[in-house]
Design a protein around this ligand. Sequence first.
Ligand code: SF4
Length: 377
Amino acid sequence: MRNGSTNQSGKILATSDEFVPTAFHLPGELPGLPLDESEPVHWQVAMKRAIRSSQQLRKAVRLPPDSAEVLGAEGKLAGERNFPTFAPLEFVARIEPSNPDDPLLRQVLPVTAEEVEQAGFAADPVGDLNALVSPGVLHKYEGRALILTTSACGIHCRYCFRREFPYQQTGSRKDEWLPSIEYLQNQPEIEEVILSGGDPLTTTDEKLDQLISALEDIPHLKRLRLHSRMPIVIPQRITEELVERLSSSRLSAWMVVHANHPQELSESVLARIAKLIDSGIPVLNQAVLLRGVNDQTEVLAELCRRLVNHRIQPYYLHQLDRVRGATHFEVPVETGLKMIDSLRAVLPGYAVPQYVHEEAGKKSKSPILDNTRKVNF
Ligand code: SF4
């Protein structure tokens, strides 16, 4: 479906024309890979030309197509019908061709393992729907509230804990931020607003400006945090205008990006993030511990090194949220704890992320420490 931000069942979709004005429609064929990153296209064009099917993606990275037996009549894997493929070429260009185990490919390529049902893996693993206090607003933690700014993302991560989130039922739609603003106006204890989604940076600068201006008018708000994977997957989204808007805000702006593997941190990604940091906006990174992606200490150490070398603070390493369709990504907590121990041995303390998991109904993320080794995951 191309013309809505959610499909009929309310599933996340990043392919909406809502975010891609017709002026940016592509004239012809997709460009070949590798991309010439020295001449980036407009970020909305990048959204428009993103790969939208597992078979297209396999072709782009020179892998054989899936067999007809595993593909349904529409030529799609079962998991793909619920959560479509969406991978921008900027990200695909960092995948090693002909390598089915490439750690970036694993994050975006639908596989039959998504059909495995396992007890404890659910549609809403972190209890987001119970934390919905007003259309488009989640209020879980003291002093902070989260706005579901949009349902669209710049990439579809197969392990996403919101892969089945019913955005359509939660009021998180473009032009429907008024209830969120009214809720925040009436909650004087809230001092920080988190723009999340989907991905807030799939919203145009103009719309974002309207939202930020409305937030700036609420006197008790002090900080604005954006959670976005766009700087990693479509780095040209970090425009001069965006940097200027955020850095000149009355609110202290913080950016939390999301990279799981050092291969994601291309030179163009780091150069764009440097513009944010140079303007005074702190940038943090959160990663998810994923089997076959970053479950080796050397990989995680290299990610953290590369982040701090470029002034990005490793913030969280999340234990996988047990969302349906992501069983094949889970890494045992024991392994995660050993990896964190090993990181401490080779990195300065500020370069080691906090290993955490989120539990529905808890008042904060829970750190995973040695004395919780017996936690039943
Ligand atoms: S992990 Fe973030 S960027 Fe990826 S699909 Fe989920 S919300 Fe979107």
